[in-house]
Design a protein around this ligand. Sequence first.
Ligand code: SAH
Length: 466
Amino acid sequence: GDLLLTITQTGADAADLGYLLHKHPDRVQRFSLPFGAAHVFYPEATDTRCTAALVLEVDPVGLVRKGRGGSGFALAQYVNDRPYVASSFLSVALVSVFKSAMAGTCKPRPELAASAIELEAALPVVPARGGALLVRQLFEPLGYEVTTSPIPLDPTQPAWGNSRYVGLSLRGTVRLADLLSHLYVLLPVLDDDKHYWVDDSEIDKLMRRGEGWLPQHPERELIVRRYLKHQRSLTAPANEQLVAFDPAAEEDAAADDAQVSEANLEETVRLRDHRLDAVEATVRATGARRILDLGCGPGALLQRLVRGRYEQLTGVDVSVDALEKAARRLKLDAMTDAERDRIALLQSALTYRDRRLVGYDVAILQEVIEHLDEPRLAAAEENVFGQAKPATVIVTTPNAEYNVRWETLPAGQFRHRDHRFEWTREQFQAWGNGVAGRHGYAVRYDSIGPVDAEVGSPTQMAVFSK
Ligand code: SAH
């Protein structure tokens, strides 16, 4: 077996750890698991430090013999690196081995289970898609001091660089039950490769283990999406439940967002909020009453705007799927007729003339133009600026110069596979000035997101006005 996890309590009450874990520090204990066995022992038990170690033994052959075959449970999933790393196996082991500790119960000393204590968790090998950066983004908001150490792909071949595994250590003053729940949820999220079939019951597990911390977590959507393995039928309801848990939440569902790409999901989620703020503020400043969201996608912006006192909100997209999601997100079916009257979702392609788009004060193209190839962009320009002719047009698009600042984005790659182009600030302004000149608009440019002195901001915005 391989050492997967040590939990250390430090400080004057270090001996409490044995109570909390319901394990006897003098003995090695063995637990049978569906996929093998777990062993718990205490390599260290002094007055000021007590360490419990968990070692896992995965039995790939036994797994298959037990006949848990079928969808999502193929042998191939068990014969690669699986047994050797902390992953969803460890999560399963945690609930089996530390069941009552995870539930936060300790019969002999109930007050102990309820108190935050000085704890350290060390995991020598953690698969981490998203690297050390994501590890910090997941654990730091929960109050841990996070240390990661890179693990080389092959120690004898330093030129090959680092593997996708890291050594991880967490320190914090937390309840043991919380530490265990955080590990239970976040290790598979880091691994991003859950091994057992994900079904509806996983939502319940996530809700239960995430209680008290997941609704407020800044990376909540990434966590939900990865934990539920990108299955939209699961992530959508889970996100809804979590939003209900967290009344302050206004983030939209990342899993539903057409433009969220895997490599930079972390940054994207935060940037999207900046973008929605900026666009919403710009719309408000125009005093517009009738608003057209062109290429509205699953309705992130509409969801923001619907709270304002606008007379008419219309979302337009070529994708029926996106419009259905927008309708669900806006909860159109729960609205009164009067509320619903001011909202419309239209299926329409920006490349074809559509008279329904005439008569608005402001049109927004948020992260849409980069999805159109050159001839389509020219057609859309004609439709928006030449035919629909709202007093204001707001356009946002990625600033390609900023891409070098995204550690996780490989050089030369676009932020989303459906992007036809990503422009530098100069390219965007050349296009914008051309459009303004051809259609009699004035134009100004703005930055969205953190501004880097050299490369500018991640998103750029043009505001055209008549
Ligand atoms: N504005 C949304 C979605 C951006 S993703 C947001 O910022 O969150 C780009 C959207 O443009 C997708 O929903 C896609 O379906 C839509 N789109 C792409 N080409 C289009 C076209 N020709 N006409 C209308 N919508 C289009």
